[in-house]
Design a protein around this ligand. Structure first.
Ligand SMILES: [Zn+2]
Length: 105
């Protein structure tokens, strides 16, 4: 697309993907269709509130067709623990699921 709008004119933060007025600097890292039956997108972003001394956080957003987008900022230091817990929960869910489905007789 071409136009008179300079992408970088809106924000002085180099890594920020947002244009126009925004309250949070944001870089979109990944978007995963993580909902049941494809209902919903989970977004992972780098985010930093536009305020003095705000730290760069990891933002998780959930977008569904039936509700407005919800997001939460996580301190970067805690993300590894959250990720480990998510992985563990997913493993257990898969395990429970296969136990339930695999039952015969
Ligand atoms: Zn920005």
């Amino acid at each position: 697309m071409t136009g008179p709008v300079d992408r970088n004119a809106a924000c002085s933060v180099k890594w920020c993907d947002e244009a126009g007025t925004h309250k949070v600097h944001r870089k979109y890292v990944a978007s995963v269709p993580g909902g049941i039956r494809g209902g919903g997108l989970v977004g992972v972003n780098l985010a930093q509130r536009v305020q003095p001394r705000a730290s760069v956080c990891v933002e998780l957003t959930v977008t569904t067709p039936w509700a407005s987008t919800a997001g939460h900022l996580f301190a970067a230091a805690s993300v590894q623990e959250i990720a480990a817990a998510l992985t563990e929960a997913a493993e257990r869910a898969a395990e429970l699921d296969s136990t339930t489905r695999g039952r015969r007789g």
